[in-house]
Design a protein around this ligand. Structure first.
Ligand code: HBI
Ligand code: FE
Length: 292
């Protein structure tokens, strides 16, 4: 079928919104952009990214030799955890996204950001999707968590509570931190694919760092246009997986009954706080203040 992407391109896609990666179509300039992004993050991430992520990079042989060929990458990933990477032109509809995850397919954007967007873009491109998300899919516990999320998404849609579940994805898969014996580390893909946020999330005094609490986090708004005001910290991927292996039905009942939404910067009496942020960055106007 034919669809129009959010960037205004008309593309022929399969029923499940996938396309052929057509790896040969990437230009030398585009491969070179991947290489520079890759090198930049690899300089930054030792000591900041969690070990599981660094191990995934190595196992999957992600490198600074161009945009990965999804077929080859999927072969290595499939051998590790049964996941594959499929190409999509853009964000796919929620139900399609969940169906891919529930079947251990990760949809990755089949384009790379422009030179002007090297540091920041909202659309998930191949660097965010493959460099940020795919390494952890080689970890068996995280791989199970992502499948569970896809299955949970299908149920949440049926109940009309997708907004709550989407917050779980945002604050864990995209922007999660993990406590390790060596110190706090990054596992969220939105951070791992961003130079500035990789430093900000761990080292800046501005954001809150609060211990993961499923119900609390499903009631908390997030921002999609700037650094997070709160990062949620887990002790292990097992903690995350176990939280999603309970029946969400009673949780959704409680969410509906309480009908509470906390702001992105809120700190509650009941929160287990690792660091209470100053919010100096957000209060000064954030990214837009810096740009002007
Ligand atoms: N599609 N390709 C793609 N990537 C995403 O991360 C994505 C998506 N569609 C929907 C979606 N994410 C979110 O709205 C869900 O997590 C709720
Ligand atoms: Fe993402």
């Amino acid at each position: 079928m034919l669809i129009t992407t959010r960037l205004g391109r008309t593309v022929e896609v399969n029923e499940d919104y996938t396309v052929d990666q057509k790896w040969d179509h990437f230009t030398q300039e585009e491969h070179d952009r991947w290489d520079r992004l890759y090198a930049r993050q690899c300089n930054l991430l030792p000591g900041r990214a969690c070990d599981e992520f660094m191990e995934g990079l190595k196992l999957l042989k992600l490198s600074d030799s161009g945009i990965p060929n999804f077929e080859e990458l999927s072969e290595r990933l499939k051998a590790a955890t049964g996941w594959t990477v499929v190409a999509v032109p853009d964000l796919v509809p929620d139900e399609v996204f969940f169906d891919h995850l529930a079947n251990r397919r990760f949809p990755a954007g089949n384009f790379i950001r422009s030179e002007a967007q090297l540091d920041y873009l909202q659309e998930p491109d191949v660097f965010h999707d493959v460099f940020g998300h795919v390494p952890l899919l080689a970890n068996p516990v995280f791989a199970d968590y992502m499948e569970a999320y896809g299955k949970g998404g299908q149920r949440a849609m049926g109940r009309g509570v997708l907004k709550n579940l989407a917050r779980l994805y945002w604050y864990t898969v995209e922007f999660g931190l993990i406590n390790t014996p060596k110190g706090m580390r990054i596992y969220g893909a939105g951070i791992l694919s961003s130079k500035a946020e990789s430093i900000f999330c761990l080292e800046d005094a501005s954001p809150n760092r609060i211990h993961f609490d499923l119900m609390r986090l499903m009631q908390t708004d997030y921002r999609i246009d700037d650094f997070q005001q709160t990062y949620w910290v887990i002790d292990s991927f097992q903690e995350l997986l176990e939280a999603t292996y309970q029946d969400f039905g009673p949780l959704y009942d409680a969410l509906e009954a309480s009908n509470t939404v906390y702001s992105p910067a809120a700190v509650l009496e009941s929160d287990k706080v690792h660091n209470k942020g100053t919010q100096a960055y957000a209060n000064a106007g954030g990214r837009l203040a810096k740009a002007s």
